[in-house]
Design a binder for this molecule. Structure first.
Ligand SMILES: Nc1ncnc2c1ncn2[C@@H]1O[C@H](COP(=O)(O)OP(=O)(O)OP(=O)(O)O)[C@@H](O)[C@H]1O
Length: 254
Protein backbone atom coordinates (compact mmCIF):
# COMPACT_ATOMS: atom_id res chain seq x y z
CA UNK A 1 0.00 0.00 0.00
CA UNK A 2 1.05 3.59 -0.60
CA UNK A 3 -0.37 6.37 1.54
CA UNK A 4 -0.09 10.15 1.35
CA UNK A 5 -0.45 12.22 4.47
CA UNK A 6 -1.44 15.89 4.13
CA UNK A 7 0.69 16.53 1.05
CA UNK A 8 1.22 20.13 0.02
CA UNK A 9 3.28 21.13 -3.01
CA UNK A 10 4.05 24.64 -4.16
CA UNK A 11 6.11 25.98 -7.03
CA UNK A 12 7.26 29.47 -6.04
CA UNK A 13 4.05 31.21 -4.96
CA UNK A 14 1.69 28.72 -6.59
CA UNK A 15 0.19 26.02 -4.42
CA UNK A 16 -0.52 23.04 -6.69
CA UNK A 17 -1.39 20.32 -4.14
CA UNK A 18 -3.35 21.34 -1.07
CA UNK A 19 -3.43 18.75 1.68
CA UNK A 20 -3.83 15.40 -0.09
CA UNK A 21 -4.43 12.51 2.31
CA UNK A 22 -5.29 9.29 0.57
CA UNK A 23 -4.48 5.60 0.14
CA UNK A 24 -3.55 3.39 -2.80
CA UNK A 25 -4.18 -0.28 -2.18
CA UNK A 26 -2.18 -3.43 -2.85
CA UNK A 27 -3.61 -5.80 -5.47
CA UNK A 28 -5.83 -3.01 -6.81
CA UNK A 29 -5.77 -0.69 -9.80
CA UNK A 30 -5.78 2.75 -8.16
CA UNK A 31 -6.65 5.63 -10.49
CA UNK A 32 -5.83 9.30 -10.14
CA UNK A 33 -8.27 11.32 -12.21
CA UNK A 34 -9.12 14.99 -12.64
CA UNK A 35 -9.19 17.80 -15.13
CA UNK A 36 -6.13 19.13 -16.86
CA UNK A 37 -4.08 21.09 -14.35
CA UNK A 38 -5.72 19.44 -11.29
CA UNK A 39 -2.32 18.21 -10.08
CA UNK A 40 -2.33 14.53 -11.14
CA UNK A 41 1.14 14.50 -12.67
CA UNK A 42 2.62 16.45 -9.78
CA UNK A 43 1.11 13.92 -7.35
CA UNK A 44 2.40 10.97 -9.40
CA UNK A 45 5.89 12.51 -9.55
CA UNK A 46 5.81 13.01 -5.79
CA UNK A 47 4.79 9.41 -5.22
CA UNK A 48 7.81 8.14 -7.18
CA UNK A 49 10.16 10.68 -5.63
CA UNK A 50 10.78 12.77 -8.75
CA UNK A 51 9.50 15.77 -6.78
CA UNK A 52 9.61 16.49 -3.06
CA UNK A 53 6.54 17.71 -1.19
CA UNK A 54 6.61 21.16 0.39
CA UNK A 55 5.12 19.41 3.41
CA UNK A 56 3.45 16.09 4.19
CA UNK A 57 4.49 12.47 3.91
CA UNK A 58 4.44 9.59 1.46
CA UNK A 59 4.37 6.13 3.01
CA UNK A 60 5.43 3.00 1.13
CA UNK A 61 3.83 0.44 3.42
CA UNK A 62 5.49 1.30 6.76
CA UNK A 63 8.31 3.36 5.25
CA UNK A 64 8.31 7.15 5.35
CA UNK A 65 9.74 7.67 1.84
CA UNK A 66 11.10 11.20 2.18
CA UNK A 67 12.77 10.39 5.50
CA UNK A 68 15.04 7.85 3.73
CA UNK A 69 18.63 8.49 2.74
CA UNK A 70 19.64 8.24 -0.94
CA UNK A 71 20.63 4.58 -0.78
CA UNK A 72 17.40 3.55 0.95
CA UNK A 73 15.40 5.57 -1.60
CA UNK A 74 17.21 3.78 -4.40
CA UNK A 75 16.24 0.45 -2.85
CA UNK A 76 12.57 1.44 -2.86
CA UNK A 77 12.87 2.73 -6.43
CA UNK A 78 14.06 -0.70 -7.49
CA UNK A 79 10.72 -2.02 -6.32
CA UNK A 80 8.89 0.46 -8.56
CA UNK A 81 7.94 -0.19 -12.20
CA UNK A 82 7.07 2.78 -14.42
CA UNK A 83 5.04 2.86 -17.59
CA UNK A 84 5.59 6.28 -19.09
CA UNK A 85 3.31 8.26 -21.36
CA UNK A 86 3.99 7.42 -25.03
CA UNK A 87 5.81 4.27 -23.79
CA UNK A 88 9.18 6.09 -23.78
CA UNK A 89 11.01 3.25 -25.49
CA UNK A 90 14.53 3.75 -26.79
CA UNK A 91 14.18 3.87 -30.60
CA UNK A 92 17.69 2.63 -31.27
CA UNK A 93 17.26 -0.47 -29.10
CA UNK A 94 15.39 -3.65 -29.96
CA UNK A 95 12.36 -4.75 -27.97
CA UNK A 96 14.57 -7.17 -26.04
CA UNK A 97 17.19 -4.52 -25.26
CA UNK A 98 14.48 -2.11 -24.11
CA UNK A 99 12.99 -4.64 -21.71
CA UNK A 100 16.43 -5.77 -20.53
CA UNK A 101 17.49 -2.20 -19.77
CA UNK A 102 16.38 -2.15 -16.08
CA UNK A 103 18.04 -5.55 -15.58
CA UNK A 104 21.29 -4.25 -17.10
CA UNK A 105 21.09 -1.22 -14.79
CA UNK A 106 20.07 -2.87 -11.54
CA UNK A 107 20.47 -6.65 -11.52
CA UNK A 108 23.43 -8.98 -11.18
CA UNK A 109 21.89 -11.69 -13.37
CA UNK A 110 23.88 -13.33 -16.17
CA UNK A 111 22.97 -12.48 -19.78
CA UNK A 112 21.27 -15.85 -20.13
CA UNK A 113 19.16 -15.26 -17.01
CA UNK A 114 18.28 -11.76 -18.19
CA UNK A 115 17.15 -13.15 -21.54
CA UNK A 116 14.99 -15.72 -19.79
CA UNK A 117 13.41 -12.98 -17.68
CA UNK A 118 12.80 -10.85 -20.82
CA UNK A 119 11.15 -13.81 -22.56
CA UNK A 120 8.94 -14.43 -19.52
CA UNK A 121 7.78 -10.80 -19.55
CA UNK A 122 7.28 -10.78 -23.33
CA UNK A 123 5.13 -13.86 -23.00
CA UNK A 124 3.13 -12.24 -20.20
CA UNK A 125 2.22 -9.31 -22.45
CA UNK A 126 1.49 -11.66 -25.38
CA UNK A 127 4.44 -10.55 -27.46
CA UNK A 128 6.56 -13.69 -27.49
CA UNK A 129 9.04 -13.68 -30.36
CA UNK A 130 9.09 -9.88 -30.80
CA UNK A 131 12.63 -9.67 -29.28
CA UNK A 132 14.45 -8.47 -32.37
CA UNK A 133 11.93 -5.86 -33.52
CA UNK A 134 12.62 -2.16 -33.16
CA UNK A 135 9.91 0.08 -31.62
CA UNK A 136 9.30 1.75 -35.00
CA UNK A 137 8.40 -1.65 -36.49
CA UNK A 138 5.51 -2.37 -34.08
CA UNK A 139 2.12 -0.72 -33.44
CA UNK A 140 1.37 1.79 -30.65
CA UNK A 141 -0.51 -0.88 -28.70
CA UNK A 142 2.43 -3.26 -28.98
CA UNK A 143 4.78 -0.50 -27.87
CA UNK A 144 2.63 -0.05 -24.75
CA UNK A 145 2.88 -3.78 -24.09
CA UNK A 146 6.67 -3.57 -24.42
CA UNK A 147 6.52 -0.66 -21.95
CA UNK A 148 4.54 -2.84 -19.55
CA UNK A 149 7.00 -5.74 -19.98
CA UNK A 150 9.86 -3.35 -19.16
CA UNK A 151 7.94 -1.98 -16.15
CA UNK A 152 7.51 -5.47 -14.65
CA UNK A 153 10.89 -6.95 -15.55
CA UNK A 154 12.32 -6.32 -12.06
CA UNK A 155 9.23 -7.85 -10.41
CA UNK A 156 8.11 -4.59 -8.82
CA UNK A 157 5.90 -4.26 -5.74
CA UNK A 158 4.54 -0.96 -7.03
CA UNK A 159 3.56 -0.05 -10.60
CA UNK A 160 3.01 3.52 -11.81
CA UNK A 161 1.38 4.22 -15.16
CA UNK A 162 1.15 7.72 -16.61
CA UNK A 163 -1.76 7.95 -19.06
CA UNK A 164 -1.35 4.36 -20.34
CA UNK A 165 -4.08 4.80 -22.95
CA UNK A 166 -2.93 8.04 -24.50
CA UNK A 167 -2.85 7.75 -28.28
CA UNK A 168 -4.59 4.36 -28.39
CA UNK A 169 -7.92 3.47 -30.00
CA UNK A 170 -10.72 2.37 -27.61
CA UNK A 171 -10.33 -1.38 -28.23
CA UNK A 172 -6.57 -1.36 -27.77
CA UNK A 173 -7.06 0.76 -24.64
CA UNK A 174 -9.27 -1.96 -23.17
CA UNK A 175 -6.61 -4.61 -23.91
CA UNK A 176 -3.97 -2.50 -22.16
CA UNK A 177 -6.24 -1.78 -19.18
CA UNK A 178 -7.08 -5.45 -18.76
CA UNK A 179 -3.44 -6.42 -19.00
CA UNK A 180 -2.48 -3.92 -16.30
CA UNK A 181 -5.36 -5.05 -14.08
CA UNK A 182 -4.56 -8.76 -14.53
CA UNK A 183 -0.86 -8.24 -13.74
CA UNK A 184 -1.84 -6.19 -10.66
CA UNK A 185 -3.97 -9.03 -9.34
CA UNK A 186 -1.57 -11.86 -10.29
CA UNK A 187 1.45 -10.19 -8.71
CA UNK A 188 -0.54 -8.56 -5.90
CA UNK A 189 1.13 -5.20 -6.53
CA UNK A 190 0.03 -1.64 -5.80
CA UNK A 191 -0.76 -0.08 -9.17
CA UNK A 192 -1.37 3.64 -9.57
CA UNK A 193 -2.60 5.00 -12.88
CA UNK A 194 -2.92 8.61 -13.90
CA UNK A 195 -5.73 8.76 -16.47
CA UNK A 196 -8.31 10.80 -18.35
CA UNK A 197 -9.93 7.71 -19.81
CA UNK A 198 -13.55 7.28 -18.70
CA UNK A 199 -13.59 3.70 -19.87
CA UNK A 200 -10.68 2.92 -17.54
CA UNK A 201 -12.52 4.62 -14.70
CA UNK A 202 -15.58 2.43 -15.18
CA UNK A 203 -13.76 -0.83 -16.04
CA UNK A 204 -10.73 -0.98 -13.77
CA UNK A 205 -11.37 1.74 -11.16
CA UNK A 206 -10.94 -0.31 -7.99
CA UNK A 207 -9.99 2.82 -6.08
CA UNK A 208 -10.46 6.20 -7.73
CA UNK A 209 -8.93 9.41 -6.41
CA UNK A 210 -10.43 12.57 -7.95
CA UNK A 211 -8.36 15.73 -7.73
CA UNK A 212 -9.91 19.13 -8.23
CA UNK A 213 -7.76 22.26 -8.12
CA UNK A 214 -5.13 20.47 -6.07
CA UNK A 215 -7.51 19.03 -3.50
CA UNK A 216 -8.96 15.58 -3.01
CA UNK A 217 -12.51 16.05 -4.27
CA UNK A 218 -13.78 12.46 -4.04
CA UNK A 219 -12.61 8.90 -3.49
CA UNK A 220 -14.49 5.70 -4.25
CA UNK A 221 -14.78 2.68 -6.56
CA UNK A 222 -16.12 2.41 -10.12
CA UNK A 223 -19.30 1.02 -8.62
CA UNK A 224 -19.73 4.12 -6.49
CA UNK A 225 -19.37 6.48 -9.47
CA UNK A 226 -22.89 6.14 -10.88
CA UNK A 227 -24.56 6.52 -7.53
CA UNK A 228 -22.45 9.34 -6.11
CA UNK A 229 -24.07 12.75 -5.86
CA UNK A 230 -20.69 14.48 -5.54
CA UNK A 231 -21.09 17.40 -7.94
CA UNK A 232 -17.39 17.63 -8.85
CA UNK A 233 -17.29 13.94 -9.71
CA UNK A 234 -20.47 14.10 -11.76
CA UNK A 235 -19.23 17.21 -13.62
CA UNK A 236 -15.96 15.49 -14.42
CA UNK A 237 -17.21 12.05 -15.42
CA UNK A 238 -20.34 13.11 -17.25
CA UNK A 239 -18.88 16.15 -18.94
CA UNK A 240 -20.49 15.39 -22.31
CA UNK A 241 -24.24 15.29 -23.06
CA UNK A 242 -23.73 11.83 -24.59
CA UNK A 243 -22.38 10.41 -21.33
CA UNK A 244 -25.11 12.19 -19.36
CA UNK A 245 -27.72 10.39 -21.51
CA UNK A 246 -25.95 7.04 -20.95
CA UNK A 247 -25.93 7.62 -17.18
CA UNK A 248 -29.61 8.54 -17.14
CA UNK A 249 -30.48 5.43 -19.17
CA UNK A 250 -28.39 3.22 -16.85
CA UNK A 251 -30.06 4.67 -13.77
CA UNK A 252 -33.51 4.17 -15.30
CA UNK A 253 -32.72 0.51 -15.96
CA UNK A 254 -31.69 0.24 -12.30
N1 LIG B 1 7.70 22.25 -12.33
C1 LIG B 1 6.64 23.06 -12.23
N2 LIG B 1 6.81 24.37 -11.98
C2 LIG B 1 5.74 25.19 -11.84
N3 LIG B 1 4.46 24.79 -11.95
C3 LIG B 1 4.23 23.51 -12.22
C4 LIG B 1 5.31 22.57 -12.36
N4 LIG B 1 4.77 21.34 -12.61
C5 LIG B 1 3.42 21.52 -12.61
N5 LIG B 1 3.11 22.81 -12.38
C6 LIG B 1 1.75 23.35 -12.32
O1 LIG B 1 0.97 22.52 -11.48
C7 LIG B 1 -0.37 22.46 -11.93
C8 LIG B 1 -0.79 21.01 -12.01
O2 LIG B 1 -0.07 20.38 -13.07
P1 LIG B 1 -0.17 18.83 -13.40
O3 LIG B 1 0.77 18.60 -14.54
O4 LIG B 1 0.01 18.04 -12.17
O5 LIG B 1 -1.67 18.72 -13.90
P2 LIG B 1 -2.41 17.43 -14.46
O6 LIG B 1 -3.61 17.24 -13.60
O7 LIG B 1 -1.47 16.29 -14.56
O8 LIG B 1 -2.85 17.92 -15.90
P3 LIG B 1 -2.87 17.12 -17.31
O9 LIG B 1 -4.06 16.22 -17.21
O10 LIG B 1 -3.08 18.22 -18.30
O11 LIG B 1 -1.58 16.40 -17.46
C9 LIG B 1 -0.42 23.19 -13.27
O12 LIG B 1 -0.96 24.47 -13.04
C10 LIG B 1 1.03 23.29 -13.67
O13 LIG B 1 1.28 24.45 -14.41
Amino acid sequence: MIRTEDIFKSFDETEVLKGITTEFYKGKTNLIIGRSGAGKTVLLKLLVGLLEPTSGKVWYDDTDFFALDRKQMRNIRMEVGMLFQASALFDSMTVEENIRFPLDMFSTLTLKEKRQQVDKCLERVNLEGANANFPSEISGGMQKRVGIARAIVLDPKYLFCDEPNSGLDPKTSIVIDELIRDITIEKNITTIINTHDMNSVMEIGDNIVLLYQGKLAWRGTNEDVLESDNATLQDFIFASPFLQRLRDAALKRG
